[in-house]
Ligand binder design. Structure first.
Ligand code: GRF
Length: 201
């Protein structure tokens, strides 16, 4: 059975999609732990409700002592590495991971879910920025993707993607809901693909 660590920062609805997929047998994987950099992340509660170990690992103690993000990323990588995962999934993880994190965990694939299509709306507030571009008549769809994590933000080889069209009269809330539905499916499909690739090794 392959093993993975899921990293979150917020509500954890994508984590919940992964938990549900594991419990239904759709994903042949053990979620070893859920790691969050925010204590208030409801995803931590979702993990506890599913009896999955959690690790709260904030950046603030590092910045308070004058340490930089690279120190934090290196220690975070060490802690994640201690679980010996085969795969690391960033599901709503809102902290750009430096090369330190990736280099320390070299050989363990890290994938990230981003609510935009490749090469579009990298960074934060991607859904809102796409919605505003649609309102300006610049695009008729956006989407979401799962990509392998490389030091450049929201770049890296695309593992899976899904188009999420805008519909006439869409409010931001309506579009966001449609995007999150697409994400919940995509994160499971992308994880299943990565696991199948790992099993083939
Ligand atoms: C998702 O839209 C994710 O793509 C983005 O933030 C949101 C997290 O949602 N990074 P959740 O925490 O999984 O509910």
């Amino acid at each position: 059975m392959k093993r993975m660590v899921v990293m979150i920062s917020g509500g954890g609805s994508n984590l919940q999609a992964l938990i549900d997929a594991v419990q239904s047998g759709r994903l042949p994987v053990q979620i070893l732990a859920v790691v969050s950099n925010r204590k208030s992340a409801y995803g931590l509660t979702r993990a506890q409700n599913a009896s999955i170990p959690t690790l709260y690992f904030p950046l603030k103690p590092y910045t308070d002592k004058g340490f930089d993000r690279e120190e934090y990323d290196a220690d975070l990588a060490y802690r994640v590495g201690e679980y010996h995962p085969d795969l690391i999934v960033l599901a709503g993880w809102m902290h750009v991971l430096s090369a330190n994190f990736l280099n320390y965990l070299a050989g363990i694939p890290v994938i990230n879910l981003h609510p935009a299509l490749p090469g579009m709306f990298a960074g934060t507030h991607a859904i809102q920025r796409a919605y505003e571009a649609w309102q300006r008549g610049e695009i008729d769809h956006s989407g979401c993707m799962v990509h392998e994590v490389v030091p450049e933000v929201d770049a890296g080889p695309v593992v899976a993607q899904a188009v999420v069209p805008f519909l006439p009269g869409d409010t931001l809330e309506a579009y966001e809901a449609r995007m999150h539905e697409a994400e919940h499916q995509l994160i499971v499909e992308a994880t299943a693909f990565m696991l199948s690739r790992l099993a083939a090794r």
